[in-house]
Design a protein around this ligand. Structure first.
Ligand code: TXA
Ligand code: MG
Length: 332
């Protein structure tokens, strides 16, 4: 693991962001908000700094990381955008979309951050604090979710501190995030853009802009291949709470925690240890925003298992169900 250090709490004001940018430029680790989840940032051009991310997260393998930049012009200095990539960037940036594109000549992102691939994952986040920070750093910032490996992603600075206090240099304290699930990742390497990870931009919205269906990921939902992760390098068991997770539950066993959706009655709910509703009105964007924080709160109830109501598989439901399936996957 990494050595203990004091983690500074930074306010999201001009002076605070100057300080956060200085720490990043000096090779330090700073957690910062994006509209999806909090990221654990390091200077993407500094291999040693990027190595610090893996150490702090206790990430078992060197997965490629997303490089965050303030705008499309900065992205085009790092990667080559074909017609589809450009259309998606123009439609959804800034926003919860990551594009995997060929590295540009002179791409400054370190080989460790791209895991030696000749492609790079680029994202322009919409969160004003992230945008201001990236402008001040003036270099691409690698940032996976700011949680220990295998844990639920952080949607509030308190979650980051719960996992990483004393292991990173600073956290920008800017409240809860709005989207709540990670960015959608689209590979624009082939003829037909491919969905590598469902996320904060719905498949239907991407396909409307592209005018064609997205291809499936080469290893959809599968285990990461150690040396050449074509699909997003996420272990099948990910986002794992301590409690076991039971999906598509139509009833709750006594003593279970319950994660509900919508207003349909759920059998046995009165005997639940704790019950939370992702969205009583059945709004998938609200459900995505609540997902990880509610999973943490149900986990803290100490219930041995979490019964999860069925979630529709359209719009942001695809990303929610993807994360829930990973949370329910057998633990490694
Ligand atoms: O919302 C988000 O995307 C958050 C915030 C902090 O921006 N970040 C995030 O990063 O989720 P991370 O590292 O957890 O996810 C990055 C994913 C990995 O699954 C990785 O395999 C994939 O992006 N990836 C990165 N570079 C790639 C590449 N060149 N080819 C294919 N997949 C790549
Ligand atoms: Mg993550």
């Amino acid at each position: 693991g990494s050595s203990r250090r004091a983690t500074v709490r930074i306010a999201p004001d001009v002076a605070g962001l100057e300080e956060a940018a200085a720490i990043l430029r000096a090779g330090g680790l700073v957690a910062f908000p994006t509209e999806t989840v909090y990221g654990l940032g390091a200077d993407a051009t500094n291999g040693e700094a990027v190595a610090g991310i893996y150490a702090a997260k206790e990430r078992p393998s060197f997965n490629p990381l997303i490089a965050h930049v303030p705008d499309l012009a900065a992205a085009q200095r790092q990667g080559v955008f074909n017609e589809a990539a450009l259309a998606l960037a123009q439609a959804f940036w800034p926003g919860p979309l990551t594009l995997v594109v060929p590295k540009a000549v002179g791409c400054a992102v370190s080989d460790l951050a791209t895991a030696g691939l000749d492609s790079v994952a680029l994202r322009v986040p919409a969160h004003p604090v992230a945008h201001a920070l990236l402008e001040k750093v003036g270099r691409p910032v690698s940032a996976p979710s700011a949680n220990r490996s295998g844990r639920v992603s952080p949607t509030a600075p308190e979650h980051v501190l719960g996992d990483l206090d004393g292991r990173i240099d600073a956290v920008v304290m800017a409240g809860p995030t709005a989207v709540g699930v990670e960015s959608t990742i689209v590979s624009c390497l082939g003829e037909q853009p491919a969905l590598l990870r469902p996320g904060g931009v719905a498949r239907q919205d991407l396909e409307r802009v592209l005018g064609q269906p997205l291809a499936e990921a080469p290893h959809h939902g599968g285990e990461q291949r150690g040396d050449a992760p074509l699909a997003p390098g996420m272990l099948a068991s990910h986002y794992a709470p301590n409690a076991g997770v039971r999906l598509d539950a139509s009833h709750v066993e006594p003593g279970e925690a319950a994660l509900l959706f919508g207003s349909s009655p759920v059998e046995g709910i009165e005997a639940a240890r704790k019950a939370l509703n992702l969205s009583p009105s059945g709004d998938l964007a609200e459900a995505a925003a609540n997902l990880f924080a509610m999973m943490r709160r149900l986990d803290e109830s100490g219930a041995p298992t979490m019964a999860v109501a069925p979630i529709p598989e359209w719009g942001l439901g695809e990303a929610i169900n993807d994360r829930l399936r990973r949370a329910a996957a057998p633990r490694g």
